[in-house]
Design a binder for this molecule. Structure first.
Ligand SMILES: Cc1cc2nc3c(=O)[nH]c(=O)nc-3n(C[C@H](O)[C@H](O)[C@H](O)COP(=O)(O)OP(=O)(O)OC[C@H]3O[C@@H](n4cnc5c(N)ncnc54)[C@H](O)[C@@H]3O)c2cc1C
Length: 462
């Protein structure tokens, strides 16, 4: 963790690049507002933004335990993608074909909406729509990619995605070992810390008050408690994502799963040419099960991340978990395996943070029954664009405005809790081990389909 001269704890490379002002003052005393929001990440801030858009007269307070952008929103891989944490076939089972297709189109559109909103708000966050390439690096990945591609095409929700053979894939990004790839131009990147800090300034400029250094210890129907201080509100929205398990009443709702990142120094001309001179802002990943993701940053670095860090018993979240030596080494190894030309590149920073994962990998906007208390989140690793859609649904629901979007149907479902411990710990970590094993066997060309089915039922993914 970097502690800068101003006393900031900066848990990511992106945040460490910013010239941050002093922290905003904490909440003190007692006050009453129309809407109080816990958590100043994308969810909390976009919700404040849409509430202001729908009713500029509302008094809104946003409280963060640390500062705006401290959580996943200031730390992520910066993919503004149309991807959703649950598969389209999972959604189809629950909502049927029509709603699923409508929702998938809303997810495609939100990639552009993020760009439009940040440009209207004058937020300079390097929003670049350079597309994303998903590489197929063994025969199992080829099969999965083909199935996924034809499913999307059949439903008309491919968003202009196209298949590339190995040679065409090389023209987009030169990596070792590639059978082919799918490419979509409907994907953008941002510097996430710039986006979330800019959004905080924007909602503040429109009249919301943001309190930093304000840990909410109790959430009741109509009030929040921060130490001895009490904030009353007609509506309360909890947007604490990967930290939600720390609030006792929602301990088993969202599982904190750590995702980790590394970032390189800016590539030299030689290194950049050796990986095919990709477009700045390009996203890249492959079809393995243990997710990896990268972006070519605006200043020609590679920001590269992945899963695989352990889940901690009791859904605990701690600053010490924000870095993880073995995952850092594994990410470095994977990056070099993908791009051997970067053998000598220096890794200048490693960090991570908790994702909020719902039991069925589907995010929610939940109203606690009979109260004016709401919860938003559970995006898995896909919250940069999804949080905007969820926030819009939340703002409409809180104000009782009609909302004909498919997102309103998809997000507004009853939640499902995770299993109690130690089952949760055993299940999640066994799932992680199985995920690694499956990827290794697929690389060797010997993964049985039966093992993949066990993996699907253990992790709730397909
Ligand atoms: C390493 C990493 C990489 C990722 N990469 C991508 C990506 O490339 N693309 C993508 O779409 N998604 C990605 N994600 C997921 C995405 O970042 C999140 O889904 C999204 O930022 C969630 O936003 P949020 O506002 O809901 O939560 P957060 O940004 O985590 O905000 C929650 C806030 O609540 C505050 N808080 C917690 N408890 C309290 C309390 N008791 N009182 C007051 N405040 C509290 C925290 O300080 C925090 O600021 C990634 C996540 C991680 C960790």
């Amino acid at each position: 963790m970097n502690v800068s001269a101003g006393g900031w704890n900066l848990p990511s490379f992106w945040l460490s690049q910013l010239d941050l002002p002093l922290r905003r003052p904490p909440f003190e005393g007692s006050r009453s507002v129309d809407v109080a929001i816990v958590g100043a990440g994308f969810s909390g801030l976009w919700t404040a933004y849409f509430l202001q858009e729908l009713d500029p007269s509302l008094s809104i307070a946003v409280l963060d335990r640390e500062f705006a952008g401290f959580g996943a929103s200031g730390r992520n891989g910066g993919w503004v993608s149309p991807y959703f944490s649950a598969s389209w076939s999972q959604l189809q089972e629950v909502f049927g074909e029509q709603t699923t297709v409508r929702f998938a189109r809303e997810m495609l559109d939100v990639v552009d909406e993020v760009g439009t909103r940040v440009s209207e708000l004058g937020i300079s966050c390097h929003y670049t729509k350079a597309g994303s390439i998903s590489l197929m690096r063994n025969q199992s990945q080829v099969k999965r990619a083909m199935e996924e591609f034809s499913n999307l095409q059949r439903r008309g929700i491919g968003g202009g995605a196209r298949l590339l053979d190995a040679r065409d894939a090389d023209d987009v990004l030169k990596v070792s070992y590639v059978h082919g790839a799918s490419f979509t131009s409907q994907c953008a990147t941002v510097d996430p810390a710039r986006l979330v800090r800019g959004l905080a300034d924007a909602v503040e400029a429109r009249g919301a008050v943001i309190y930093e250094n304000s840990p909410v210890e109790e959430v009741g129907d109509g009030f929040l408690r921060v130490g001895a201080h009490r904030l009353s509100a007609s509506s309360i929205i909890v947007a604490t994502e990967g930290y939600t398990s720390e609030l006792k009443r929602w301990k088993r709702q969202l599982l904190p799963l750590y995702s980790m990142m590394i970032v390189t120094e800016p590539l030299s001309d030689r290194q950049y040419e050796a990986i095919g001179s990709p477009e700045l802002g390009l996203c890249f990943a492959d079809y393995r099960h243990l997710v990896i993701y990268g972006q070519i940053t605006h200043d020609r670095r590679i920001a590269f991340g992945g899963r695989g860090a352990p889940y901690h018993r009791g859904s605990s979240v701690h600053r010490n978990f924000d870095t993880h030596g073995p995952t850092r080494k594994a990410l470095h190894r994977e990056l070099i395996a993908l791009m051997p030309a970067l053998q000598d590149v220096r890794i200048v920073r490693h960090w991570g943070g908790p994702l909020g994962v719902a039991r069925d990998w589907q995010p929610r906007v939940v109203q606690e029954s009979g109260t004016s208390l709401w919860r938003i989140g559970g995006y898995g690793g896909d919250g940069v664009s999804t949080s905007l859609l969820a926030a819009k649904v939340t703002a409409h629901a809180v104000l009782g405005r009609s909302d004909a979007s498919a997102a309103a149907v998809v997000f507004r479902r009853s939640p499902r809790a995770w299993e109690p411990e130690p089952l949760r710990w055993l299940g999640v970590n066994a799932g992680l081990m199985l995920t690694r094993l499956l990827d290794t066997l697929e690389d060797r060309g010997v993964a049985p389909r039966s093992l993949e089915r066990v993996w699907e039922s253990l992790t709730g993914q397909s």
